[in-house]
Write a protein that binds this ligand. Structure first.
Ligand code: SF4
Ligand code: SF4
Ligand code: FES
Length: 246
């Protein structure tokens, strides 16, 4: 069967959608068909991928307007008689065709205060399973940045990128902050460096996460609660003030 893809072609100076019709076989994913376009009719098409197994997070794109991993998107999802539209991630500067410059995320990662483990006792650490279980889902993040792409705080507001690191790094913050062996207190950094107050819990990030991480419910909301305890709980403030005086 033949399938038509409408693929964004261009660079930072401009571009347009171009239609390509190529063969598609049963059981294929979108990345297979994009590769066939590249192999047969558009050898200069720029597209990023690595694992083709939903593990490396490289093949992110906007497919019919929704952020997706192309290697995990079955072609049977789309009506066979209509073209499938593929655009690069909108939140990051375009390099060429479907490839964007995601270096904003590497700078954001550097803002999260690093893991600060407890000193190891002679007979080793003891950690409760319930504490390990709580952060386990955060380890599934493949850094595809689909959540960053859909977050309205940074998607259409370049000026917010200096203040808010985006949902992926709220997950990283929670992963470290809830780690049973970590000793650092990142609550001030969450507000001042990472911009947690910019998130208004719309949950769009959670909806697109291919690793099914409950970004908003399990990472951002608990971190907002911890920050509120630290800065806005009057009893906590009083006890800290008395402690400082002593
Ligand atoms: S819940 Fe917060 S981080 Fe997630 S998309 Fe909405 S504003 Fe962005
Ligand atoms: S949290 Fe989910 S959507 Fe965001 S980068 Fe990680 S895997 Fe991708
Ligand atoms: S190619 Fe690795 S996640 Fe798609």
């Amino acid at each position: 069967m033949n399938r038509t893809l409408r693929i964004w072609r261009g660079d930072r100076t401009g571009g347009r959608f171009v239609e390509y019709t190529v063969e598609q076989f049963d059981g294929e994913v979108l990345l297979d068909v994009v590769h066939r376009v590249q192999a047969t009719v558009a050898p200069d098409l720029a597209v990023r991928w690595n694992c083709k197994a939903g593990k490396c997070g490289s093949c992110s794109a906007e497919v019919d307007g929704r952020p997706r991993l192309m290697c995990m998107t079955r072609m049977r999802l789309f009506p066979p008689d209509q073209p499938v539209t593929i655009a690069p991630l909108h939140t990051f500067p375009l390099q060429k065709d479907l490839v964007t410059d995601v270096s904003f995320n590497y700078r954001a990662a550097q803002k999260v205060p690093a893991f600060a483990p407890k000193e190891r006792p002679g007979d080793g650490h003891r950690v409760d399973q319930v504490d390990v279980g709580r952060i386990q889902e955060f380890h599934r993040c493949i850094e595809c940045f689909l959540c960053q792409d859909v977050c309205h705080v940074i998607r259409d507001h370049e000026e917010n990128k200096a203040a808010f690191v985006g949902p992926r790094f709220m997950v990283r913050l929670a992963e470290l902050e809830m780690h049973p062996l970590d000793t650092a207190d990142r609550r001030a950094a969450a507000v001042e460096l990472l911009g947690i107050g910019y998130c208004n819990i719309t949950k769009c990030c959670t909806e697109v996460c291919p690793a099914s991480i409950a970004i908003t419910d399990n990472a951002i909301i608990p971190m907002k609660e911890r920050v509120a305890d630290r800065f806005f709980d009057p009893l906590g403030w009083l006890f800290r003030a008395i402690g400082r005086r002593r």
